[in-house]
Every structure is written in structure tokens, then in C-alpha cells.
Design a protein around this ligand. Structure first.
Ligand code: PEP
Ligand code: MG
Length: 554
């Protein structure tokens, strides 16, 4: 037996075989070929495989996210079969006697450049699709995997690190746990694991090697230990811990239907965070009373092109309908930083976390923003919607957003499209700037939601993606807690409510502090809802009184 130590970022125990997610690099060399017929046959085989994969992806996407999102895979199928595209590849192979990889890569470059130079915005964006589909064709020519793991057996997924776009697209049905060499506590892999209630360990480093493929392992997501080929004693002990954990979860079930109220009568809302429609089952199963953060950017990450208004509307409407009148707070897309999307064509940045992301993209590309807002307002008719805006730093931004919202509502009025008059508008407090001017921001909005993941990163100047900084990361740092208290006081002074939707909201060591600060809502991963309710129901008045003025500034 071997023990590997990393950082546990999502509690729980998993037992099963290890499978590696690897995205093999495709390299394209220019090579002369004599037998061009054989090369064309090789191309044909790769093309068939590509079409089959795209067909499967289409079916999967149709089931998971609906027809509109799935259509892109049909478009990709059409591109692979396009006569001009195929003719160009065939010509390079036959006339120039060059290898298929080179022919595909050159054709892809030519077609992508051609699309990119067109005036029409829609056609311009096809450049990314040609590249995407050609990359798939190249992988199939070289028999390289796209990282997906094809097995019916349940497994522990291991990887270097996982980008949000990868985790979104992979089939997660058989994943028992996540383990990565790198990654940081608040990275989206960690958040995804918590949302899916799967154990996860990050930062296992070079000790996690690919020769472990297929070997049995136990993951303890609480302590961050991976036991490779566990001995009988360890297996028995972990099996027992696993059963105890299940028992505790069962006990927590008794809290379903109970109020989120302290023994001395202070109530607080407990909502859940989601990344998409697939998470709603867990929200309802854990009896969350609303959704405090729907990270809408995942809808963009799932797609290989901008989701249009209708597609977004259908998705938001479904969420609202399934939540049957309970509050649903949808955050407008937070693309950029660690959540990169090819079709946004964003420039490479030296400091992406301090760069062009979230509301900054929305305010400079209002056509994308307006499409999302129109979809949100149309959906508002079907439930109780709150919309919140990420990465705010100033009053001017909030005013500009409100003007755009007003213009969207006017458009809908003119088109006689119904929407709700009760949509709450809120902003995320996730920059120190927003917290420090929260007295100016509060009168403008209905609510604040504190994004502690980013607020921690920007307050402590610690990159949330950098695993080497975890030892400096003090999530209870008084600077952070003071900023939250300051924002809470300002919200209440101006009649707004305040919630916390960052990961800190689920930290049970701070529940008494948040109650003392007067926080109105905590939004956490679905599997943290009942443990949090258990904690709230045990907090004593004296504990809260003792910390009431600890974080007041001045
Ligand atoms: C946060 O920053 O705390 C937050 C909730 O947003 P995200 O983790 O998606 O950046
Ligand atoms: Mg954030």
C-alpha cells in the first residue's frame, strides 16, 4: 500500500480503480506520401469516426441540455462533410502527395482565416468551429484520445488539472471522485466536486503517476489522502468510515422540512449553488429553499458557440419552473480568468484574474449582455427570479447596467413579451472595491451576494488558482471578515439584503460569525445545505453575542 497526500477539497470516501484523464497533444508534421490512396482511406476512416463521435455528442447534449444546445454538433457534422472542406483536403493529399494530418491542418487554417475575415458576425464566429472540428479529425487520424474515459465501470478520475470547459464536457456518470496533481481549493474542479457531492483531492503533485492507471485506490476527501492498493486493514477502516458517513447523511435527512433557525429564534435563508440544470435534482433532494447562485457561464462553456436567446430562455425557464416559485438567483455570465472559451476570442492576458472578465466583457460587448438579459427577463415570468452581476467595482458600472436592463425591458414591452415586475437585481461583492463603496452601491440594488472565493483572492492578493499559495491562504482572515461586515451594515442601512455565495458560506466554523454579522442568506453546494441547517439549529445566543462587534471597522 502507498499513501499519497494532497489537499482534501470535498469530503467523502470513494473506493475504486484509478483512471487518468489525459488530453494527448496532436502534432502535425509535413510529410511526403507515396501511396495517396492509402492516405485517403486513412482520412475516410478518421472522418467516419469523427461523424460517429459528433452523433453521440449530439444525442448526449440533447438529453442533458436540450435540442437547441445540441444543434452545434450537427453543425460540426455538416462541416466535416462539407464539399469544399473535403475537396481542399483531398487535393493536398492527391496533388501535392502530402500526409492527411498536414492536409487537414492547412485546410483548417485556410478556412478559419477565411471565416475570420468575413464582415458578418455569425460567419466570423465559424472560425472557431472549423478549428474545433479539424482538431477532432486530427486526433482521430492519430488515434489520440480527447481525454474522455470510455468505461461502464465506476472509477476515480485523476488528471493534471481540469479546466472548467473540460469538466463540463466530460461524461461524469461513472466518476466516484476527482484527484488532481495541481489545482487549488477554490478552483472550479473543487467547486464542481462539492456540487456533485463527490470526494476530491487536489495538489497530489508528481507522486500521482500514470502507471497507477487501473489500480485500486481509496480517496479520503476530508484528510486529502489517496491510499493506493490499500491493505485489508485500511480498506476495512475506510469502509467503516464510509458507512458512518452514510449514516450521518441519513440522520441529516431528518432535518428536511425543518426551518433554518437558531434555538434563540434567528432565521437565515439557506440556498444552493448550481452550475446547470443537472444540479437541480441535488438542490431539491437536499431541501434547499432556493438557488442563491446559478453560474450561468456554464451554459456558455457547454456550447461551442454563443448560446442564443431562445436556448438561454429555455434553460432559465426550466430552472425557474423546477424550483416552483422558490427564489432563483441567476448570475450573468462570468467568463474570463480561469473560464476561457475559444469562441469568445479573448486575447491572452498576463494577469487574467485581473483582466477582461465577467461584467467587463458584458459592458464592452453589450450585444452578448443584452441577449442574456432578454432571455432572463422572458424567463422571469415563470418563477421568482433574481439577477446578479459579477465582478462589480463601481457605482458607474451599476448605473450603466441598470440603463441596459431598462432598455431590455422597454424592448420587451414594445414586443408585448411578458416578464415579471418583481425581478430582484443584485450585485456580487467580490472585489475589495465593491465592499469599500458598498454604501454607494446598496441604494441602487435589492441585494448583495458576497463572492468570498474572489473576495479572498483579491483581498489577500493570493491567486485562487495557484496551489503553491494554499499555505498562505487564511480564509478566516480578519481583513476579509471586516469587508463582509462592512458590506452587510451598508446593505441593511439602505434596505438591501445580503447573502454569501462563495465557498466560505458553507464553512461551519463561521456560521456563528455570519449570524452575528446579520447575514440574511447563505448559498452553498447542495450537499452542504443539511449540515449547515444542523449547525444553524445548534448555534447558541451567547456565541453570537460574543462576536457581534468583532469585525466592525473603526
Ligand atoms: C466567488 O467568487 O466567491 C463566486 C461565488 O464566484 P466564482 O467562484 O464563480 O468566481
Ligand atoms: Mg467570483
Amino acid at each position: 500500500m502507498k499513501e499519497l497526500k494532497g489537499k482534501g477539497v470535498s469530503a467523502g470516501i470513494a473506493i475504486g480503480p484509478i483512471r487518468f484523464y489525459r488530453k494527448e497533444e496532436v502534432t502535425v508534421k509535413r510529410e511526403h506520401v507515396e501511396d495517396t490512396d492509402a492516405e485517403l482511406a486513412r482520412l475516410e476512416k478518421a472522418k467516419e469516426k469523427t461523424l460517429e463521435q459528433l452523433g453521440n455528442l449530439y444525442e448526449k447534449a440533447r438529453k442533458e441540455v436540450g435540442d437547441a444546445s445540441a444543434q452545434i454538433f450537427e453543425v460540426h457534422q455538416m462541416m466535416v462533410e462539407d464539399d469544399d472542406y473535403q475537396e481542399s483536403i483531398h487535393n493536398i493529399i492527391s496533388a501535392q502527395k502530402l500526409n492527411a494530418e498536414y492536409a487537414v491542418a492547412t485546410t483548417a487554417d485556410n478556412f478559419a482565416d477565411m471565416f475570420a475575415s468575413m464582415d458578418d458576425a455569425y460567419m466570423k464566429e465559424r472560425a472557431a468551429d472549423v478549428r474545433d472540428v479539424s482538431e477532432r479529425l486530427l486526433r482521430n487520424l492519430q488515434n489520440k484520445s480527447d481525454g474522455g474515459i470510455d468505461t461502464d465501470e465506476k472509477y476515480i478520475l485523476c488528471a493534471d488539472d481540469l479546466a472548467p470547459s473540460e469538466t463540463v464536457q466530460m461524461d461524469k456518470t461513472n466518476v466516484l471522485a476527482f484527484c488532481t496533481r495541481y489545482g487549488a481549493s477554490n478552483s472550479h474542479t473543487a467547486i464542481l466536486a462539492r456540487t456533485m457531492s463527490l470526494p476530491a483531492i487536489i495538489g497530489l503533485g508528481e507522486a500521482l503517476t500514470e502507471d497507477m492507471e487501473g489500480k485500486q485506490a481509496i480517496i479520503d476527501g476530508r484528510t486529502g489522502v489517496l491510499f493506493l492498493e490499500p491493505d485489508e486493514q485500511t480498506r476495512a477502516q475506510k469502509q467503516k468510515e464510509y458507512e458512518d458517513e452514510l449514516k450521518h447523511r441519513e440522520l441529516l435527512q431528518e432535518l428536511k422540512g425543518q426551518d433554518n433557525v437558531t434555538p434563540y429564534g434567528q432565521s437565515i435563508n439557506v440556498y444552493a449553488n448550481i452550475g446547470g440544470l443537472n444540479d437541480i435534482g441535488a438542490v431539491l433532494a437536499n431541501d434547499a429553499r432556493g438557488i442563491g447562485l446559478f453560474r450561468s457561464e456554464f451554459l456558455y462553456l457547454e456550447n461551442s458557440d454563443y448560446p442564443d436567446e431562445e436556448q438561454q430562455f429555455q434553460c432559465y425557464k426550466k430552472v425557474l419552473e423546477r424550483m416552483a416559485g422558490k427564489k432563483v438567483i441567476i448570475r450573468t455570465m462570468d467568463i474570463g480568468a480561469d473560464k476561457q472559451i475559444d469562441y469568445f476570442n479573448l486575447d491572452k492576458e498576463d494577469n487574467p484574474a485581473l483582466g477582461y472578465r465577467a461584467i467587463r466583457i458584458c459592458l464592452t460587448r453589450p450585444e452578448i449582455f443584452k441577449t442574456q438579459l432578454r432571455a432572463l427577463y422572458r424567463a422571469s415570468y415563470f418563477g421568482s427570479l433574481g439577477i446578479m452581476f459579477p465582478m462589480i467595482i463601481s457605482l458607474e458600472e451599476v448605473r450603466e447596467i441598470k440603463q441596459i436592463v431598462a432598455s431590455v425591458k422597454k424592448e420587451l414591452d414594445e414586443e408585448n413579451i411578458p416578464y415579471s415586475d418583481d425581478v430582484e437585481l443584485g450585485i456580487m461583492i467580490e472585489t475589495p472595491a465593491a465592499a469599500m463603496v458598498s454604501d454607494q452601491l446598496a441604494p441602487e440594488v435589492d441585494f448583495f451576494s458576497v463572492g468570498t472565493n474572489d473576495l479572498t483572492q483579491y483581498t489577500l492578493a493570493l491567486d485562487r488558482q495557484n496551489p503553491h499559495l494554499d499555505r498562505f491562504l487564511d480564509t478566516h482572515h480578519p481583513a476579509l471578515l471586516r469587508l463582509i461586515q462592512f458590506a452587510a451594515d451598508n446593505a441593511h442601512k439602505h434596505g438591501a439584503w445580503i447573502g454569501i455565495c462563495g465557498e466560505l458560506g458553507g464553512d461551519l466554523e463561521l456560521t456563528d460569525t455570519f449570524l452575528a454579522m446579520g447575514i440574511d442568506e447563505l448559498s452553498v453546494s447542495p450537499n452542504r445545505v443539511l449540515p449547515l441547517r444542523e449547525r444553524i439549529r445548534s448555534v447558541q445566543k451567547e456565541e453570537v453575542e460574543a462576536i457581534k462587534s468583532s469585525y466592525k471597522i473603526g
